[in-house]
Design a protein around this ligand. Structure first.
Ligand code: GLY
Length: 423
């Protein structure tokens, strides 16, 4: 089954069960200053969980479902391995309290809780022909008790004890996004040893000081990683062979002569992510979210260069992303605007990169002491404009260690430099 079909099946499944289908919100959150970018499906619904907004008034139901564009920056350094992504999509169903009749046979529009959420997740996964390996539930930690209710529901569904694992706060408690917000214990579903679906029971509100308070009404917030789901459905070695990357992969394979999986995955991820960010109105800058975009475009440029792909080919690669996703995300249908903005940034960075790389090769020997290495990377930054994260990537590639001491030296010089620049 192709991803297009799975999108449809997911939304139809929940629509039939009383959920209003809500389009993805922008990657740039419009009324949530606590986060730079949208990182989860629940973000656009935060105020319904807290009842600052009334779901019945806005949606005519207490149930919604969506396929949300998400962008997470925490893992940027990991991109290139088999599983990390910055941009991804999340399939989710949501319920805002108060809870009505929590019976999976009740198709709405009242709020539901653990029983319906778990039964439906189980039913939907089965309907795709997948087998659940095991599930996890919150085992209890600190002030938050063991989630016995979820445990019993999984037992009711026929799961033996050794397939319902209890986990602590680190693994099975989700949220909040940003500094504060709704959060709660989770139950998570594993298929082929991959966590594919996270069912969050939002029972708490965590404030800026990390203090938990019970929400007036509990809610449900689920998130199923689309790329992961497609990987287990299409039985591909990694997420990058799923049909979500098919167009892009076909073009890149044609252009590239080297078999460097890591660099190709960086290109897949950063290119797709930057197309979506630009389509949502972001432009590269040195500030906050603009810098996220700048950073991934620079890294994209570097990796295209190492793969010996001419920048002119970006046009075809951008088009491949738009062809795959444009029918679901109409904001992508601004090819010229997206292409021009990406081009402008990568071409201007390429100039810096060419001279910076040359100097890097000339001065970095790999046997210098940590302080000297910190000084040299600082020199490349101030005199050649080579960003430190790009230098770090080049060091990694040459297997030269960037130690804490080198980082300290760099930061010390950087601070001094900033003070001088400020006068
Ligand atoms: N909001 C649930 C998740 O991101 O996994």
């Amino acid at each position: 089954m192709k991803s297009e079909e799975i999108r449809k099946l997911f939304l139809e499944f929940f629509e039939k069960r009383g959920h209003k289908i809500i389009p993805s919100s922008s990657l740039i959150p419009y009324d949530d200053p606590s986060v730079l970018l949208t990182t989860a499906g629940m973000q656009q619904f935060k105020k319904y969980f807290t009842r600052e907004k009334d779901p019945n008034q806005d949606f005519g139901t207490q149930r919604t479902a969506s396929i949300q564009k998400c962008f997470r920056t925490t893992d940027i350094e990991e991109i290139g391995d088999e599983s990390h992504l910055t941009f991804f999509e999340m399939l989710g169903n949501f319920s805002f309290g108060p809870v009505g009749n929590d019976d999976p046979a009740n198709f709405g529009p009242d709020g539901y809780f653990k029983k319906s959420a778990i039964y439906w997740a189980y039913e939907f996964i089965k309907s795709l022909g997948l087998e659940i390996d095991y599930v996890t539930v919150f085992g209890g930690q600190g002030e938050v008790p063991f989630d016995e209710e979820s445990y019993k529901i999984w037992q009711e569904l026929g799961f033996p004890e050794n397939k319902i694992l209890k986990r602590g706060r680190e693994d099975n408690f989700w949220g909040p996004t940003g500094d504060e917000g709704p959060c709660g214990p989770t139950t998570e579903i594993y298929v082929d040893n991959l966590e594919i679906w996270n069912l969050v029971f939002n029972e708490y509100y965590q404030d800026k000081n990390g203090k938990l308070q019970k929400l007036q009404y509990p809610g449900v917030d689920t998130g199923m990683g689309f790329e992961r789901l497609m990987k287990v459905l299409q039985k591909t070695p990694t997420i990058f062979e799923t049909d979500l990357f098919e167009n892009l992969r076909n073009i890149l394979e044609k252009l590239v002569k080297k078999d460097d999986q890591r660099r190709k995955r960086i290109v897949f991820d950063h290119l797709r992510g930057s197309v979506f960010l630009v389509a949502d109105g972001l432009y590269p800058s040195n500030l906050d979210r603009g810098y996220v975009l700048r950073r991934i475009l620079r890294r994209l440029t570097l990796n295209l260069k190492f793969l010996e792909i001419e920048l002119i080919n970006l046009e075809e690669l951008i088009k491949a992303v738009i062809d795959k996703y444009g029918q679901f995300y109409p904001e992508l249908k601004k090819f010229d605007k997206i292409k021009n903005m990406i081009y402008e940034e990568v071409i201007s960075f390429e100039k810096t990169l060419v001279s910076g790389l040359k100097e890097f090769e000339r001065i970095i020997k790999g046997n210098e002491d940590d302080n000297i290495l910190g000084e040299k990377i600082f020199f490349l930054y101030t005199s050649y404009g080579l960003p430190v994260e790009i230098s770090k990537e080049l060091l990694r590639q040459k297997q030269i260690n960037w130690s804490e001491m080198a980082e300290k030296k760099f930061n010390e010089l950087f601070k001094k430099h900033q003070q001088i620049s400020k006068g």
